[in-house]
Ligand binder design. Sequence first.
Ligand code: HEC
Length: 339
Amino acid sequence: MFSPLPATAQLPDSPKELYAATCAKCHADDGTGRLPTPTVKNLPRDFTNCALATAEPDADWELVTARGGPVAGLSSEMPAFGDAFSAEQISGLVRYARGFCKEPGWPLGNLNLPRALFTEKAYPENEFLIIPVVSHTAGEPASLRFRAVYERRLGRRAHAEIGLPIASTSQTGSRSTGVGDVAVAVKYVLHTNNVSRILTAGTEVVFPTGSESRGLGSGTTVFEPYLAAAALVGEAIVQSQFKMEFPAREPWADREVLYNIYVGHSLSPAPSTWTLALELNGVEKQLALTPQFRKPLTRTGALAIGAGVRVPIVNRSSQSTQVAGYLLWEYLDPVRSRP
Ligand code: HEC
């Protein structure tokens, strides 16, 4: 049987030599995975391709190196090295493998954190989302909104998205259902230390495609610039967003200030783990709390759901309680586990 370990019991010290002795026979010396005679059927991803190689957290790669491909839905052809190597050796190997991406400026996936229900994600994404929200205000019938959002990374640091909503609301007894206000957004990573902090600026423009008279849209274009920041603080995931909304039609006084703060915790480093979190959502003087969870549906983490309840904590009678969720699909990642 093919043994992933070198014949000698004496392992080299430096990550470079360790890589050459143990990883290169499948991943190639240059990290591309391209070998004159491939040793595996499932070709490993090209570590020199920055777009592919930077988007995942170091922890994912360390987990795969220690416990083998299947722990992250990857092929069992990727062996487990956790018994042979120390944690330091494994993190050294992952750092070395990261180094195959030679282009500067790619934000590392360490800050690619679980999506919050309301706080904008600072990290750029390739995702498709379905976002249902049911809102209920005391004494009124519930309103329902579904949004389909397509997100796409552009180059190293930018991201663009388009959101198409279907809304169903009830005004004076009759229910209307139809297209809501279409939103287009762009964002750009301003700064990241690639380990624990990221800062992104973005702006969303919401167009009045939904009928205002039927309660499906706001009736005016709204410009929504924002800053989103995220940090890893010990075991806690902290995400935050500060946003202003400027309606094009209304007087200046109708602008709004929104802020969201999310604190969460993932129960294990596996991509398929649960994340539990609490969000504080502010709109001007209105405040709400949103306890929520996120759970990937596949081992690869390429499909995931999140859900929570937004409960007003001040002015409770005038604010709505919302049940919100999302189904997300990272469309560049394999959904099914590989053999
Ligand atoms: C026997 C062949 C083999 C050896 C030896 C091997 N790998 Fe792999 N590795 C693979 C294959 C195959 C995949 C791709 C699995 C997939 O995509 O389903 C992979 C995937 C990976 C990934 C996941 C990357 C991603 O796509 O998310 C990492 C990280 C990794 N290997 C690191 C290492 C390190 C570090 C070593 C050396 C200690 C090593 N591998 C040794 C075959 C191997």
